[in-house]
Write a protein that binds this ligand. Structure first.
Ligand code: B12
Length: 211
């Protein structure tokens, strides 16, 4: 049993999508619960991947292939999580703000959030304020994550926060922001609840916002 979990864990650390998918299938065949596979295999491994990234041992490419390996296993696990009625640690809506097509960093944040146990609704890029508002309503999300890579589109963050306020949702949902031109000072200035400089810290921030 533990050998299978270890294969999932190692497969994610090595970014070996096929190995992870095979080990998850093996775990399912061995009647392991989806919760055990997720927590002891995938989430534990993604936590370690985040740690290695923060320590400068892994870089963005390693983070990406680890997250993709995790997603291979996630595909098999998702129907089981639904069947077992496993509650996600939280629900989060993410997107790149209006006018901005950069989505590599946002996608990475989404994958790390999934790895941390969140149910992620990814609205893609060039997302206008109303679309964020509608998604928060329809998914009952506790957190919204906005990404911007252009100094010219950053200002669509405060306007989205205003739209959440106007819709009466601002006290129900935490807002976190990120992207290369962003700073903690800017996040504070626009009244966001948090800022993180990278995908690993974004997952930690989201966990702290829902706890
Ligand atoms: C790749 C890229 C593109 C690609 C995007 C492809 C894609 N699908 O994303 C393409 C070619 C399409 C592109 C287009 C443009 N780009 Co461009 N692009 C880049 C580039 C080289 C890399 C961005 C990237 O992916 N980085 C890697 C990821 C992993 O890092 P990241 O995005 O910062 O994300 C991390 C963190 O910021 C954080 N994070 C990100 N989002 C979030 C969200 C939350 C909630 C949290 C907590 C954290 C978080 O976590 C992530 C992972 O660790 C940057 C230069 C750079 N070094 O940043 C320029 C750059 C961003 N682009 C720039 C420009 C000017 C443009 C264009 C206007 C160019 C043009 N004249 O057409 C267009 C604009 C298109 C548009 N409307 O969006 C400028 C912006 C300058 C500025 N001051 O605004 C930059 C800085 C290049 C430069 N030095 O001039 N670009």
């Amino acid at each position: 049993m533990e050998a299978i979990i270890n294969n999932i864990y190692q497969g994610i650390l090595e970014g070996d999508r096929e190995a992870v998918t095979a080990a998850v299938q093996e775990a399912i065949n061995a009647k392991m619960t989806a919760e055990k596979i997720l927590k002891e295999g995938m989430m534990a491994a993604m936590g370690e991947v985040g740690r290695l990234f923060e320590e400068g041992e892994y870089f963005v490419p390693e983070l990406l292939i680890a997250a993709r390996a995790m997603q291979g296993g996630m595909g098999l696990l998702k129907p089981m999580l639904v069947a077992e009625d496993i509650e996600p640690v939280g629900r989060i809506v993410i997107g790149t703000v209006k006018g901005d097509l950069h989505d590599i960093g946002k996608n990475l944040v989404g994958m790390m959030l999934e790895g941390a146990g969140f149910e992620v609704t990814d609205l893609g890029s060039d997302v206008d304020a109303q679309k964020f508002v509608d998604a928060v309503k329809s998914t009952n999300a506790q957190v919204v994550g906005m990404s911007a890579l252009l100094t010219t589109t950053m200002s669509n963050m405060p306007s989205t926060i205003e739209a959440l306020k106007a819709a009466g949702l601002r006290d129900k949902v935490k807002v976190m922001v990120g992207g290369a031109p962003l700073t903690k000072a800017y996040a504070d200035q626009i009244g966001a609840d948090g800022y993180a400089p990278d995908a690993s810290q974004a997952a930690k921030l989201a966990l702290s916002l829902v706890s």
